[in-house]
Design a protein around this ligand. Structure first.
Ligand SMILES: Cc1ncc(COP(=O)(O)O)c(C=O)c1O
Length: 422
């Protein structure tokens, strides 16, 4: 029953039940952790054949000895493979090291200092970035570290609220870009709609400043089911809008092969690539091409990569099912929280009633359950509504995910009923 429809006696009874359930939880002495948005060892095991796969053959298709220096933008066969993940032509790709986050940091650093068209860090006002919230904390840390002011905008079920985004870029000075995780967004799990992509691609034309879309497609191929929603092609919208120079797309195999030893890549216009390659050339004489070749040998082609992702889905789906079925069974229709059921990615994003996220997380912590700190999904760690909690079910065993969720719903019930009793 919806909590707002309970009369005083029913509410008191529900609170007493929640208190007693919570005491039972405390007595269990649990030690569980639902904070880690990283693949499990079982998932990493899917890619163990990378080890030794070259078997002494260190030569790329064009005869390059991959053990040596050079090839700043990566191997052609790696470009061809990962271009299909981003749905772009291979000659608009650059293959980097093990982390797309590094590429993102470098792109922002480059744009601040030198700019794809002109440097951001010139005029009087601080560069600003649009940050759809809730979002990925490490995007926000890059901005904070590099002195970019963050302006939040709401995340809807089909992507960022584009009405707000369009108004902000026209109103504010020096809005230089936006962060996007377009498929299975971190953490809401939403997939940007075609209409959102079209408006996003046109945003640079409305902005007063040189504007960059940081299009982090980290979960491009990370569906849980075969019929999960596809993502449209931002590049086609950008070509139609004449904004290809204002978009950089990112991806990596961190959640495909090894999170610490995968391959990261980006795609942007050819002129941007040329400028960025020059910048990179002062930092490295070339990326780890051995690992790039290993990945090509491992997947062979895009269908090999997609078949591999099906094996990930087999491991991930029961964990997501445990989260979602517990939320639905215990909190569905109670008005104690909302969530969307993601069809891919790594997270479930839970919204408590306003002002209760910290209380839920504290109750869970006291019962031995680690949840991502409240506010972590917001710039400066500040969730003004204090309502968002990011649930990351990939790493623990299914049994631990289930035990954590059973405890989580008790904490939500208790925090909600306590707040209503005040
Ligand atoms: C949206 C998003 N982008 C990037 C990353 C990190 O990617 P990489 O390992 O390629 O640096 C993550 C990891 O959680 C993520 O959620």
């Amino acid at each position: 029953m919806h909590v707002d429809q309970l009369d005083a006696a029913q509410r008191a009874q529900a609170l007493a039940q929640a208190e007693s359930d919570y005491h039972a939880l405390l007595a269990q002495g649990l030690s569980l952790d639902l904070t880690r948005g990283k693949p499990s060892a079982e998932q990493a095991n899917l890619s163990n054949a990378l080890d030794g796969i070259l078997d002494g053959n260190y030569f790329a298709q064009d005869g390059t000895d991959v053990r040596n220096y050079g090839g700043i933008d990566g191997l052609p066969e790696a470009k061809a493979l990962f271009a299909q993940v981003l749905q772009v032509p291979a000659d608009e790709m650059l293959i980097g090291g093990n982390a797309s986050l590094t590429l993102m940091y470098q792109v922002i650093d480059f744009a601040l200092r030198f700019g794809f068209h002109k440097a951001w860090n010139t005029g009087d006002s601080t560069p600003k970035f649009l940050c759809p919230v809730p979002g990925y904390d490490r995007h926000f840390s890059i901005c904070e570290y590099l002195g970019i002011e963050m302006v939040t905008l709401p995340m809807l079920d089909d992507g960022p609220d584009m009405d707000v985004a369009e108004a902000l870029v026209q109103e504010l000075d020096n809005v230089c870009g936006i962060w996007c995780v377009p498929r299975f967004s971190n953490p809401t799990g939403c997939v940007y709609s075609e209409a959102t992509l079209a408006r996003l691609a046109a945003l640079p034309k409305l902005a007063k400043s040189d504007f960059l879309i940081m299009y982090d497609n980290a979960y491009a191929v990370h569906a849980l089911t075969a019929d999960a929603p596809a993502l449209g092609n931002i590049r086609e919208h950008a070509i139609a809008a004449g904004t290809l120079d204002n978009i950089v797309q990112f991806g990596s195999t961190s959640k495909i092969t090894f999170a610490g030893a995968g391959v990261a890549f980006l795609s942007t216009s050819k002129s941007n690539l040329a400028a960025f390659k020059k910048y990179l050339g002062f930092q490295t004489i070339g990326p780890d091409k051995v690992n790039q070749l290993r990945h090509v040998a491992f997947f062979k082609d895009h269908s090999g990569l997609m078949a591999h992702m099906d094996r990930h889905a087999d491991i991930m789906k029961p964990r997501f099912d445990a989260v979602l079925s517990t939320l639905e069974a215990q909190l569905g229709g109670t008005g104690m929280g909302t969530w969307i059921s993601p069809e891919g990615g790594y997270f479930v994003s839970f919204e408590t009633r306003p002002g209760l996220a910290k209380a839920v997380i504290q109750l869970a912590s006291d019962a031995g359950i680690k949840l991502t700190p409240a506010g972590a999904t917001f710039p400066y760690g500040n969730d003004p509504q204090d309502s968002n909690i990011r649930i990351a079910p990939s790493f623990p065993s299914i049994a631990d995910v289930q035990a954590t969720m059973d405890a989580f719903v008790v904490c939500v019930r208790l925090a909600t009923l306590r707040s209503l009793a005040k």
